[in-house]
Design a protein around this ligand. Structure first.
Ligand SMILES: [Zn+2]
Length: 160
């Protein structure tokens, strides 16, 4: 192709595509370009070091979502940028605010789960079943409960 670009069509998965890209790139960086399906496949396979996500306000009506069906990821915001299209009056901090909001929502969800686990533990205290392993039925050692009061299964059964 003009400009020296060569396209190779790989149909046996993202791992195979990355393997071929590595073979031609040598020690240079490899960029994965594509839509949500491509990104989600690479994220699920744990093959991305950096995700450059461009968020634009536009209504498409249908399509694929980034991160849908992808196992939880530990993402760290490295840099954010904002375009001129941002409505200063309604979103003065642009992407940074959105990112903070997502972080706060994540924390809230975590705390909500933790609270539900503690409520369930309290109910077990009331019913007299607190500290009994739900798998083996033996008492959960005190040290394990001290570290995780909402624990329902002893360490031995968790490791099984
Ligand atoms: Zn047990």
């Amino acid at each position: 192709m003009e400009g020296g670009t060569t396209f190779q069509f790989v149909t046996d998965g993202v791992e195979a595509a990355l393997e071929r890209a590595r073979a031609s790139a040598g020690d240079r960086d490899i960029s994965v370009a594509g839509g949500p399906s491509t990104v989600n496949q690479f994220l699920t396979a744990g093959l991305l070091d950096v995700l450059r996500l461009h968020v634009t306000p536009c209504v498409i009506g249908a399509g694929e979502r980034v991160l849908e069906g992808v196992p939880p990821q530990r993402l760290e915001l490295v840099r954010s940028a904002r375009g001129d299209w941002i409505d200063e009056e309604h979103d003065p901090e642009g992407f940074a605010l959105t990112f903070e909001w997502q972080q706060a929502e994540g924390s809230r969800a975590e705390h909500r789960t933790e609270l539900a686990e503690l409520d369930a533990a309290e109910a077990r205290v009331v019913s007299g079943s607190y500290g009994v392993c739900a798998v083996c039925g033996r008492p959960i050692p005190w040290g394990q409960l001290e570290r995780r009061p909402a624990r329902t299964v002893c360490v031995a059964c968790t490791d099984r």
